[in-house]
Design a protein. Structure first.
Length: 232
């Protein structure tokens, strides 16, 4: 039976069996695989499994689903493919193949909301509860976060861990944020004209400072290194 391995910092921390039929993945409790993070859409993606194999479909999530670092709307899955959903990295294994380290890939980030009815087929294997809290998988990561300042996710936080985070709008990839030493660096990608830092176009990598504001297209984000000292 195929399965998904949930990977954090190169370690498998949970796994989910994929029975035949459809398996929903998202932040909402209606999903068979629930990933409870603001970086995941309510109903983010769906995996369809038949005797001939498995395929993943993005459910119109705002920032998309990535397979092997490529944005996809729907694609067939192959053994050891790496799926990125929000800040989560999932490795697909066909027929329960042996565990292998996941390739190094970017992490993507996100905003919300598609609409498809899920089935009830997926079964968590490594943990009794398929709902994975951020605190359970980000406990070794720094406390820095991005606060969403507008749009349908206004007031939500996107956690910044130790791995790279890729941000964009409508399946595009505009900005990478990664921890370099003690600083989070924001680096523009190909859509640099859509990215601004404190109202100025971001043309080169820059270290983020407390309450810096990023603009990606029309989405505003505030960098906060400690939510307890956050200012409005």
């Amino acid at each position: 039976m195929p399965k998904l391995l949930l990977i954090r910092q190169g370690e498998v921390i949970a796994q989910f069996s994929l029975a035949e039929g459809g398996v929903g993945i998202g932040r909402s409790a209606v999903n068979e695989i629930q990933l409870k993070s603001p970086s995941v859409s309510g109903r983010h993606a769906r995996i369809f499994t038949t005797e001939s194999g498995s395929a993943i479909k993005d459910l119109s999530s705002a920032l998309g689903t990535f397979v092997n670092d490529r944005s996809v709307t729907r694609c067939n899955l192959r053994n050891n493919d790496v799926i990125l959903i929000g800040s989560y990295k999932l490795q697909f294994q066909q027929n329960g193949g042996g565990r292998q380290p996941a390739p190094t890939v970017d992490e993507s980030s996100p905003v919300l909301e598609p609409d498809m009815a899920p089935s009830t087929r997926a079964r968590p294997v490594a943990r009794p509860n398929a709902a994975m809290e951020n605190s359970a998988i980000e406990e070794l990561a720094p406390n820095a976060q991005l606060l969403v300042l507008n749009g349908i996710n206004e007031g939500a936080f996107v956690h910044l861990g130790r791995e790279r985070l890729v941000l964009g709008i409508n399946h595009g990839r505009s900005l990478v944020i990664e921890l370099v030493g003690e600083d989070y660096m924001a680096s523009p990608l190909t859509n640099a004209s859509e990215v601004a830092l404190n109202s100025a176009p971001l043309r080169a990598p820059a270290a983020l400072r407390e309450n810096d504001e990023l603009l990606i297209a029309d989405i505003r984000l505030r960098f906060v290194s400690d939510t307890a000292s956050m200012t409005n």
